[in-house]
Design a protein around this ligand. Structure first.
Ligand SMILES: [Zn+2]
Length: 288
């Protein structure tokens, strides 16, 4: 609803300028057209900026502090990278220290991570960007398919075995083979998600080096882990991405903030471009 009003506001601003400078639209590239275009842009930007301030102040007042931080980070990353997803669902979790992507555009994050990152907002942004990257890169689907294929492969192999000893041998062989392949597949997805996440962060104005602190914290908690060391090496070897910040800044300046909806239980937050008013749609369709 709000964005419809906003669009209407922009349309009015644009047509007012068109009336004031009718020639500029005929001449195309004249100096007058340039002035007019600049005015349209700045009117849009101003309108958006005031909407942003209003919505962020409202969110800060309404949301628990950790959800406000998650909302601002997800909103920036989505807009700076033009991510086309229907919504994001953030769940706060108290289980293991870490975050993971699951279901449809859902990500769970242990809220203690905020305290562990000691105020380094770029480190928190990396944790979130990495899980967003898993979703946008289709990893949750690839993961499910990989498991399905492998379990079919194992049952085919067992089906061909003739006696119990052969079946047991087949299971043992398949499971060690499964573990190696699973590990390699997992590491491939993690490295891919890291690479995408660092670009997301840079466009959204966060420092990609925030990732390094996250690995340091995980190392303190979980000890040295081969996969994590490989990922960290890869992250450190990537070229600087800071030049992407300009592109993201422009996109953020010309788009409206996303909306948010806190669940009744208070432990899950949905962030979306626009809420869909099903009540209004049904009322339009059926008047009785
Ligand atoms: Zn991951």
């Amino acid at each position: 609803m709000r964005s419809t009003l906003l669009q209407r506001g922009l349309a009015i601003t644009t047509s007012l300028i068109a009336l004031t400078f009718p020639i500029s639209f005929i001449e195309g590239k004249s100096a007058l057209a340039q002035i007019s275009e600049n005015r349209i842009e700045s009117a849009e930007t101003q309108l958006l900026r005031s909407r942003n301030r209003h919505l962020y102040a409202q969110a800060k007042a309404e949301l628990p502090a950790e959800f406000y931080a998650f909302y601002r980070i997800v909103d920036r990353i989505t807009r700076a990278n033009e991510l086309d997803v229907p919504y994001w669902r953030i769940r706060s979790s108290n289980n293991v220290i870490g975050a993971y992507a699951h279901g449809a555009y859902s990500l769970s994050i242990n809220t203690d991570l905020l305290a562990l990152m000691e105020g380094n907002v770029s480190a928190v942004a990396y944790i979130i960007a990495h899980e967003m990257a898993h979703h946008v890169s289709g990893h949750t689907v690839q993961y499910a398919k990989f498991q399905q294929d492998l379990s079919e492969e194992i049952s085919t192999a067992i089906g061909e075995s003739r006696d119990l000893v052969e079946i047991m041998e087949e299971i043992a062989r398949a499971s060690s083979n499964f573990q190696d392949r699973f590990q390699a597949f997992r590491q491939h997805l993690e490295i891919e998600a890291d690479e995408v996440a660092l670009k997301y962060m840079a466009r959204a104005g966060f420092n990609p080096e925030g990732a390094v602190q996250v690995f340091a914290v995980y190392r303190d908690i979980y000890g040295i882990n081969e996969e994590m060391e490989a990922r960290l090496e890869k992250i450190k070897s990537l070229p600087s991405l800071l030049s992407l910040a300009d592109q993201g800044r422009k996109r953020i300046a010309t788009t409206a903030p996303m909306s948010y909806e806190l669940s009744e239980s208070g432990n899950s937050l949905r962030i979306m471009r626009e809420s869909i008013d099903y009540a209004a749609i049904l009322e339009d369709m059926f008047d009785r």
